[in-house]
Design a protein around this ligand. Structure first.
Ligand SMILES: [Mg+2]
Length: 381
């Protein structure tokens, strides 16, 4: 089998979704998804298309060899971190789809053992469509998610986020801290003690504020406090993780197992959160998971992808023993399920069934994808 073409397109989703299609000289094609680089233009799609010359004519089932070929060819031009790794992730996922279809096996079966039949997802809570005051909207959105069957949710601490553009020193005032704690207390009381509750600070605090916040949140038995500090300085994160019994989660800004190696070896987090269609793909996710497993740390992958990238993550998560929960933003994108062909909602009772069909087990609903393309984009053939 040989690769004949590499295509990509960008659609509106939660932010943007970058889809990849790889064609072969047979009947089989593969689809994948790469994390977008939407805040500074398109980038990811163009880098994917630039990889075509390295892929056409190659055997698509040599998935790791091909991703290593791309990364090693570009080692002096961004292949250790950032958009090249993100683009490779989308290509890797499409190659796994081809390899699975060619073998007649689901992708998870090519990766390793299956540890679970259903992959737990947690709902990211978005209160922006609420009509009450901000706290009422937050609580209403949290309860809606729990009532929809999720046994774990995540909320953002809005009071700091709102001022992020002007808060250069990252300090959280006493009044802001009190508001954040009150948000968490109100949500915890509304959803009860047994629903998993994670809190995301979006890298906005300084060390002393993060210390105060993590300590103040201890009574609420959180699943985790996410990204209390910016991601670059692992020593600083390790100080917070060591000082609090609130579990600390980080990792969505890191690329490849190499960047997670430092984080994990220094035990700067209790839970690591790689974004699988961003950090290198399914093999890279498994490397990160097994590094974490050596330190008895959990994996809770970040995920803002369409069903394509989400299902790819589901295949990896099925094979990872120390998996905790996969992020899900689809509650707030009305056509989330509809970009793929499906008979029933993908998420049921807070989990996604691991597909048993060959490959990723999903195919695009081309009419819906066509309708959500960004201006100037065209759907691949
Ligand atoms: Mg986050």
């Amino acid at each position: 089998m040989k690769i004949t073409d590499v295509q990509a397109c960008v659609l509106k989703g939660f932010g943007e979704w970058v889809l990849v299609k790889i064609n072969t000289d047979g009947d089989i094609h593969g689809i994948g998804e790469a994390y977008p680089s939407h805040s500074m233009g398109r980038g990811t799609k163009e880098v994917i298309l630039g990889m075509k010359g390295l892929l056409v004519g190659e055997e698509p089932r040599d998935v790791e060899r091909l991703t290593q070929k791309i990364l090693r060819t570009n080692v002096f031009s961004g292949a250790t971190s950032g958009v090249v790794v993100t683009a490779v992730s989308g290509v890797e996922i499409a190659l796994w789809d081809i390899a699975g279809k060619a073998a007649g096996l689901p992708v998870y079966r090519l990766l390793g053992s299956k540890f679970r039949d259903r992959v737990r997802v947690y709902a990211d809570v978005d209160p922006r469509s609420g009509t009450g005051n901000p706290r009422q909207s937050l609580v209403a959105a949290a309860k809606m998610a729990v009532d929809s069957g999720y046994d774990a949710i995540k909320i953002d601490l809005r009071s700091v986020r709102r001022e992020a553009g002007t808060r250069w020193n990252r300090a959280i005032s006493t009044a802001e801290l009190r508001e954040m704690i009150e948000d968490v207390r109100t949500v915890r009381e509304a959803i009860g003690p047994d629903v998993g509750l994670a809190v995301d600070l979006h890298v906005l605090a300084d060390v002393s504020s993060a210390h105060r916040l993590a300590a103040a949140l201890e009574p609420f038995d959180l699943m985790w406090l996410e990204d209390p500090l910016p991601p670059e300085n692992i020593e600083a994160m390790a100080r917070i993780a060591a000082a609090t019994r609130t579990p600390i989660c980080t990792g969505e800004s890191l690329y490849t197992a190499h960047e997670f190696r430092d984080l994990i070896q220094r035990q700067a987090a209790d839970i690591v959160s790689p974004d699988i269609p961003k950090t290198g793909g399914l093999i890279e996710a498994r490397k990160i998971a097994y590094l974490a497993e050596l330190y008895y740390l959990l994996l809770a992958p970040h995920n803002t992808s369409s069903p394509v990238g989400t299902i790819a993550s589901v295949h990896a998560c099925a094979t990872i023993p120390n998996f905790l929960a996969l992020e899900y933003h689809g509650l707030w994108v009305p056509y989330w399920d509809d970009i793929i062909q499906h008979d029933a909602p993908l998420v049921q009772n807070g989990a996604i069934a691991v597909p048993e069909r060959p490959g990723l087990g999903v195919e695009l609903n081309r009419d819906v994808v066509q309708g959500q393309l960004l201006e100037g984009e065209s759907l691949f053939d």
